[in-house]
Design a protein around this ligand. Structure first.
Ligand SMILES: Cc1cc2nc3c(=O)[nH]c(=O)nc-3n(C[C@H](O)[C@H](O)[C@H](O)COP(=O)(O)OP(=O)(O)OC[C@H]3O[C@@H](n4cnc5c(N)ncnc54)[C@H](O)[C@@H]3O)c2cc1C
Length: 236
């Protein structure tokens, strides 16, 4: 279906959020994505997967896009009023809603935060009572998408904990973690690992490392949900 760009927000130096008005209502579950193509002249004739980053409770739809290659550069050059074509929502592995009856740990690398911000926003909109811990790994402070919103959520909701880690710098004012997410960091912030559902989203090497670590720490394979991103061709 066609969707018009109604607003564009700079989130970081290389990430933008697009607010879209689809011609029909889109019925998605937090964690789902769709294939996006550009309906304007002179743009690549291609479609790529992007996740809904807004809460399905809202009367708008948003997608947050990191510029990494040809298609995402083309998306970043679009303006309000330009049109996209979206497929129907798809994907199951990262879905979150009230049917999940355990506490949650999200592990996100960079733009892998998008399915989880949708889930967190939705859980706030619906006043759900899951305890949620978000580990959010970025290279540098300037890369942290939704930094202010996540800080407010952490301050305002006792049931939602946000653990930021930076892997490539430690600014003077930094009060989060540094380095890759490891056993020590997880044990410091999460009790009763085996009682949780674990969601992981980010670059494939990070997912492999986290899955191996969690299984080493005694988490059941069936309690780990993940989506590997940036595999060219996988969702074409
Ligand atoms: C289910 C799903 C949901 C997604 N949701 C989001 C989202 O919400 N937000 C978001 O920003 N991104 C999301 N992505 C990732 C996004 O789809 C890609 O970043 C996008 O398709 C890249 O397109 P591109 O043409 O700009 O870059 P490409 O040219 O396709 O390059 C993308 C990346 O892959 C690398 N690459 C390219 N070709 C190869 C190759 N042959 N071998 C190895 N590496 C290669 C490039 O260096 C670059 O880092 C999602 C991906 C999936 C699978």
């Amino acid at each position: 279906m066609e969707a018009e760009i109604k607003g564009i927000k700079d989130e970081t130096h290389d990430v933008k959020t697009f607010r879209l008005e689809p011609e029909e209502e889109i019925d998605f579950v937090p964690g789902q994505f769709c294939l996006v193509s550009i309906k304007e002249e002179g743009f690549p004739d291609d479609s790529k997967p992007f996740t809904f980053s807004s809460s399905p409770e809202k009367d708008f739809v948003e997608m947050t896009v990191k510029k990494v290659g040809e298609f995402t550069t083309a998306l970043h050059s679009l303006e309000e009023g330009d049109k996209l074509e979206l497929t129907e929502p798809r994907g199951k592995s990262l879905n979150f809603d009230e049917s999940v009856d355990r506490d949650i740990v999200f592990i996100a690398g960079g733009s892998g935060i998008t399915p989880f911000i949708s889930a967190i926003r939705y859980s706030i909109d619906r006043d759900l009572d899951h305890n949620m811990t978000l580990f959010f790994s970025n290279r540098e402070y300037r890369d942290i998408i939704y930094r202010t919103e996540l800080r407010h959520i952490y301050e305002d909701y006792q049931r939602i904990k946000v653990v930021n880690t930076l892997t490539h710098e430690e600014p003077d004012h930094w009060d989060g973690e540094t380095g890759l997410i490891d056993r020590e960091m997880i044990e410091k912030h999460v009790d009763d690992l085996r009682d949780k559902i674990w969601y992981i989203c980010g670059p494939p090497p990070m997912i492999d490392a986290m899955e191996e670590l969690l299984e080493d720490m005694g988490v059941e394979e069936t309690d780990i949900r993940f989506e590997k991103w940036q595999i060219p061709g996988k969702h074409d």
